[in-house]
Write a protein that binds this ligand. Structure first.
Ligand code: G1P
Length: 257
């Protein structure tokens, strides 16, 4: 079976992009010739995922308005909107989508993170590749990329068994001395339906939040979870911060030369 559901957690207030995000939700900020969220939707379209669940907050009125005009949104996927009323963490945000999805397999796409295809400078096929692998293996996969040791405390980190891409341990934002791994989660996840139970049972983790990373750790002791490592030429951009946003803009603009 393939993946029919994509969750986009977007209830956050965009604090790292203030004061701009006081005027515009970060998902609607311009990225070359369209809002940032359209690049994410393009990636989901390319992966042929039939349903998109936006997990948003009632204060983000502009998001609801934008998605009410489906001719603008350019996707054949069905859009569902659910609300996360309190910022209790990424694990909680994903859990909010269960009321719509039920107990199905699903993808999670963090809209802060833009992936670019090095050749075309346009939409990345990584999510599509991950979905193709899932269709064959039915195994959960987490997208990771190697980061500097000094950066690991900003990310969820995956440790792998030495011989393959199976994840042996996950840590959310560890200190430099807590792990030897530099494989950082970069915002794309595919989950088998078994993760729902782990999300329901989440307890407060790093920063007092319900962490998706902890749910993955609890899943991997029961079934195989693999990582999908970004290729040498693939780039990821954290558009939730000012420098990452500007770098992504310049990179993607080159695709229009
Ligand atoms: C979240 C996840 C983290 C992941 C990161 C990717 O953290 O909790 O595991 O590495 O996204 O962008 P955040 O950046 O929301 O604090």
């Amino acid at each position: 079976m393939s993946i029919d559901w994509a969750i986009i957690p977007m209830a956050g207030i965009g604090s790292r992009m203030r004061p701009l995000t006081r005027a515009v939700p970060k998902e609607l900020l311009p990225m070359v010739d369209k809002p940032l969220i359209d690049w994410i939707i393009d990636e989901i379209n390319l992966a042929n995922i039939a349903n998109i669940v936006l997990v948003t907050h009632p204060s983000k009125v502009a998001i609801k308005e934008y998605f009410s005009d489906l001719e603008q949104v350019r996707t054949s996927a069905k859009i569902h909107i659910v609300e996360q009323m309190e910022p209790l963490g990424l694990g909680h945000a994903v859990g909010c989508a269960q009321s719509v999805i039920g107990l199905e397999d699903f993808a999670v796409i963090l809209p802060d993170v833009l992936l670019t295809d090095v050749q075309s400078h346009l939409v990345s096929p990584i999510l599509k590749n991950m979905v193709d692998i899932f269709t064959q293996t039915q195994q959960s996969q987490i997208l990771v990329e190697n980061v500097e040791v000094s950066e690991i405390e900003k990310y969820g980190i995956a440790e792998t068994t030495s011989s393959n891409l199976q994840i042996s341990r996950m840590l959310e934002k560890p200190g430099m001395h807590e792990t030897d791994s530099t494989l950082a989660i970069v915002g794309r996840y595919l989950f088998s339906r078994s993760i729902w139970k782990e999300i329901e049972q989440l307890k407060s983790g790093k920063g007092g939040e319900l962490q998706l990373t902890d749910a993955i750790q609890n899943l991997l002791v029961k079934e195989i979870v693999c990582c999908y490592v970004m290729g040498v030429g693939d780039e990821s951009y954290d558009c939730g911060n000012k420098l990452g946003y500007v770098r992504a803009f310049l990179q993607l603009a080159q695709g229009y030369k």
